[in-house]
Design a protein around this ligand. Structure first.
Ligand code: FES
Ligand code: FE2
Length: 445
């Protein structure tokens, strides 16, 4: 590893605290990480029709993401005259964009179509191609548009495997927004994500989830009725706690199976229950005309993962018919914008409203559902705690918190300027289910 990365991960199970607040480290991320990665720029349902656009901002950059007749395209959101941002927020453009300052115009293909008082400019300042909007790489996957400022980066799909294959099997592209919230967190963006990628915190932070069905196999004398009751209680508690993820409809479907007969053998009983619930959810949604995967088939193929992680800032947590999805963006060394989508399935072809970005709430806003509220309650205390003079580094459990190490070391790979042939294997070993991931060898330190 290049010695220029100050506060690099010298030991895989220790994270130097400065990574979460040092302004120079943050600056290195701004220059060497964010401009080289595929970022989830918007959900496609935000731009359902040709000429719909949204502005995607990260750090001090702003990108126009535009649906065209050809697909989805992106441009730097800056007028080639004197640098005004062409659009703000979102909208639908008739025939292109007009800069609000002096009225230069750009078509939906980004080409400059009008310069007022053209003859007052020297010819060298109005060279064709040199006055068009600057294109940005944009690709579509999983119901979202993704952008990358780096022309040399490998294609999206390569950078986000095996996440993409697993979530394709989940038919993630047909999920739609039920709600979308945003939180302004007074913490570093890496700290924010790291609160959601391990299960070690669940017992202490979310005591209501201490339900012995999902987290502990049945012990002692097995009572099938008690097992079903506990599992339905777990599903209900998750559903209430996330205001989704396990959709209320799926909980009702489970309720409808409450009296089913289960074998006396615990292992057979658990399998029989899970299979029956999977089939019931599948059939209900298929009958309603929704595009939905066969969960038993996912299970058989080893793709029934509860969480998909996509470096550097996007997660999907699928549960039965529905999912939660998170995105994180830095607003400063110690400030993060975290968004949560609750996604579900609707009958194919059903018109859904175009989702609009939420006003961020503070992390202690009483409107947060209970589970994120509990996670948010720890984060500002942790960010403050990191500054303690007596505290040097986080110590990670190498089995329960391995993803945090893998993630932080992948960040270091970008900061060291490693080439993509080194970074790709690292990306492909962290773009998986991060829960319970051990520390892995990334091929570099
Ligand atoms: S800055 Fe856009 S037209 Fe002048
Ligand atoms: Fe949590």
């Amino acid at each position: 590893m290049s010695p220029v990365v100050r506060y690099a991960m010298e030991f895989p199970d220790r994270v130097p605290k400065e990574r979460y607040f040092d302004p120079d480290f943050y600056q290195m991320e701004a220059e060497l990480l964010w401009p080289r990665v595929w970022q989830m720029a918007c959900r496609l349902e935000e731009i359902p029709n040709a000429r719909d656009f949204v502005e995607y901002e990260f750090l001090d950059q702003s990108i126009i993401v535009l649906r065209t007749d050809r697909g989805v395209e992106a441009f730097q959101n800056v007028c080639r005259h004197r640098g005004v941002r062409i659009v703000q927020g979102r909208g639908t453009c008739e025939s292109g964009f007009t800069c609000p300052f002096h009225g230069w115009c750009y078509g939906v293909d980004g080409k400059n179509t009008f310069v007022s008082q053209k003859r007052t400019f020297a010819e060298h300042n109005l060279q064709p191609d040199d006055i068009d909007l600057t294109p940005v790489r944009c690709e579509v996957w999983g119901g979202c548009a993704w952008i990358n400022l780096d022309d040399d980066a490998p294609p999206l799909r390569q950078c986000i495997e095996p996440f993409a294959t697993i979530l394709d099997a989940w038919k993630v592209e047909s999920l739609r927004t039920e709600w979308w919230y945003a939180c302004r967190l007074p913490v570093n963006w890496k700290l924010a994500q790291e609160a959601f990628v391990e299960q070690y915190h669940v017992v202490e932070t979310h005591p209501q989830l201490r339900i012995p069905s999902r987290y502990a196999p049945p012990k002692g004398a097995f009572d099938p009725r008690a097992y079903i009751d506990a599992d339905i209680r777990y599903l209900q508690t998750m559903s209430d706690g996330m205001a989704g993820m396990v959709h209320a409809n799926d909980v009702r479907i489970a309720e409808g199976l409450r009296d089913m007969e289960l074998p006396a053998d615990p292992a057979l009983a658990v399998t029989a229950w899970e299979r029956a619930l999977n089939d019931a959810v599948l059939n209900r949604h298929r009958d309603a005309g929704a595009d939905i995967p066969d969960f038993n088939d996912l299970e058989a193929r080893g793709l029934n993962e509860p969480m998909g992680y996509c470096f550097p800032h996007y997660f999907v947590l699928p549960m039965y018919s529905s999912a939660s999805s998170y995105r994180f963006r830095p607003l400063g060394p110690e400030e993060t914008l975290m968004e949560i989508w609750s996604l579900t399935r609707f009958p194919e072809g059903e018109d859904r409203p175009r989702p609009t970005p939420p006003e961020p709430w503070e992390c202690d806003d009483p409107r947060w559902p209970p589970i994120p509220a509990q996670d948010f309650s720890n984060l500002p205390r942790q960010q403050k705690g990191l500054h303690a003079r007596g505290f040097e580094y986080m110590r990670l459990s190498e089995r329960a918190e391995g993803h945090i190490s893998n993630f932080e070391r992948t960040v270091d790979g970008f900061l060291a300027g490693l080439p993509y042939e080194k970074l790709l294997p690292a990306l492909q070993s962290i773009n998986v289910n991060p829960l319970e991931m051990p520390i892995v060898d990334l091929g570099f330190r």
